[in-house]
Design a protein around this ligand. Sequence first.
Ligand code: MN
Ligand code: MN
Length: 306
Amino acid sequence: MGKTYIFGHKNPDTDSIISSLVMTEFEKRTGNAEVVACRLGMVNKETEYILNYVGIEAPELIEDLEDGEEVIIVDTANPGELIPNLENVKIKKIVDHHQVLLNTSYPVFYRAEPVGCTETIMYKLYKEHNLQIDKKIATLMLSAIISDTLLLKSPTCTEDDINAVKELSKIAEINYETYGMDMLKAGTDLSSFTIEQILALDAKAISLKDKKSIIAQVNTASIPEVMKMKSDLEAGMNKIINENGLDLFMLLITDIINSNTQTIALGNSANIVEKAYNVKLQDNTALLEGVVSRKKQVVPIMTENA
Ligand code: MN
Ligand code: MN
């Protein structure tokens, strides 16, 4: 039997990296020893903090795979966020918490739930298989849930996510509130990244009806701190708009302490932001009060107003 490669989306966030690691462990413990944890991009600072805390290596970086290889996909069901030859590999499983955008010509184990994080589903899978969760796995799982739900504060967060974090923090013997804040803060350190890297860290290509857009997000503990880079960020965004023929590049600078987002919006369709949030862009920027979740509070509203 060949190997099975396990990975999440491009521009991986903490959930994509951790889901790859945890799914790899899950597969090994349920009889599939030939599994390789992979990632489709660079590890961000928040994820790095978690991996160091737990003492575990990042998954292997890959760009593509040979045709015919077997894969398990986690934390996305969007072909545009995966390997280029996705149609020519064999998808064995998908575990995800996003909109279903992926089709196959053959049956697949598909587990999708509208919860805040893939790891909440993995937690359920461990329980359903009566698998003991050790301290390391518990720490990884709870870190991913904290990351995706911004410490249970995002509107994407469900009862299931909260219950999982409470249970997992007992196993991990971690005060999830203090640990979670340290972890999220570690993710706000952008000092070692270039402007191009900051704009790519958590960028998603999203079609707003017929408008081609990128909506990227960075977390911060201080919006003014990030806004110091505004002109450089705008130059970088304009470059990406021109190179990719985008209608809109929307950058979300999300304050993890106060749960607000300052957006910088550029491109011919930047006015969608004004319509969607009833704000005026001044110097290409506006404060979106209470907005933290791209999935729930940005993509649907921007699509509706496009
Ligand atoms: Mn993700
Ligand atoms: Mn996720």
